[in-house]
Design a protein around this ligand. Sequence first.
Ligand code: MV4
Length: 461
Amino acid sequence: MFKKVLIANRGEIALRVIRACKELGVATVAVHSTADANALHVRFADEAVCIGPPSSKESYLNVPAILSAAEITRADAIHPGYGFLSENAEFAEVCRNCKIHFIGPRPEMIRLMGNKVRAREAARQAGLPLLPGSPGVLKDPTEAEAFAAEIGFPVILKAAAGGGGRGMKIVREMRALAQAFSTASAEAVAAFANGDMYIERYVERPRHIEIQIVADEHGHVIHLGERECSVQRRHQKLIEESPSPGVSPELREEMGRVSLEAMKKIGYNNLGTIEYLMDETGRFYFMEMNTRVQVEHPVTEMVTGVDLVRTQIQLAAGMPLKLQQADVKMSGHSIECRVNAEDPITFAPWPGKITAYSAPGGLGVRVDSAAYENYTVLPHYDSLLAKLISFGEDRDTAIKRMRRALAEYVVQGIRTNIPFHRAALLEDAFVRGEYDTRFVERLHASETGTQRLRKAIEETP
Ligand code: MV4
């Protein structure tokens, strides 16, 4: 096992990694920006190193500063968390060259999955189902038109270097395609310095369902079932749950089996998440793969009992995965609400000082957060304040516990989206489990949805 892990991150995920290290008997090093000097991850780590000014670019994305901190403190591994450097293949490679273990997959895997065209081709070769689309990069607008004629409309143009919803364009008719291609490609050049595009048939009201993969360094791969992530706004997930109310035991078995067989063929290692789109008929299609620990990993932990972050560290240290697929038992139900420091109606970020704070607790409630009373939510970083996670023997219990926990949560001095969550958990579509990626849009467009939101704002302490 590693002797000392440096955590190249902040906030709740840095705390989550520190907790796993403590339980493993591994020493920890926090790195932080000047603005984060009073952050909990700095206080709870064994050592802390300041790596730069508040801006992410100069601190949590500052590779030389982070590697220097690892060298000075003699850390033998780096955990990147999510975001920041977690899916940067060059960083993982530099770690390897410096003889520091990167806690994640090999750089080659990160690079492969980072290019959506190459990832799609790898997924196809490994037997994963794809939507009809172009096998590689589109040469020009004319080639886009030829594929669209084959696939049929609507289609979606996606940037090879995009992902997570960036660099996409939906096209509904042939006469709009060439212009859309040129615009999208130019935007991709500006955003990612890579204008490569591909085309797929567009699914109108998909569910976003993802499979958790766990793979050791010795070719043993298992899956830990799925997470339902369809409650999103502008590609920011707001509510996740496991299991998905839209996945039957038979479908779960199939999605899990094809996913893990594909990962064996690809030679994947460490944690990974395969994202699928599911259409109204229950068919599923490979969308992209994430090579990091995900924000929503706790719902999988709650229903499988597997400590994903501890496992991730053990796998990176080369330990064989003891768990067999047959040993994985999903039981109960877990829901996660992302509590953000933002306006509950407009979703505008709302940094500032938390003047009163009291987190919920009790049976079946977990709070992963780095917030505390008098903590100041900084404008420099993302607005995630806490992950509120409920667990129960069934979905109904998990929903009721989440409603109760949301009502208990006190955050004063800033605005949070707690009222949004309170309204969402009362929606008929959510309660019935019959929702898709348009859920948030529909809540805002409906009279009862906006009424519930207003009432929840009044009732939130
Ligand atoms: C799609 C799609 C429909 N059809 N691809 C958005 C995130 C990125 N991973 C891909 N995304 C989508 N790809 C086809 N062929 C719809 C989306 C999409 C979406 C997917 C998951 C969750 C929320 C979403 C919101 C809008 C669009």
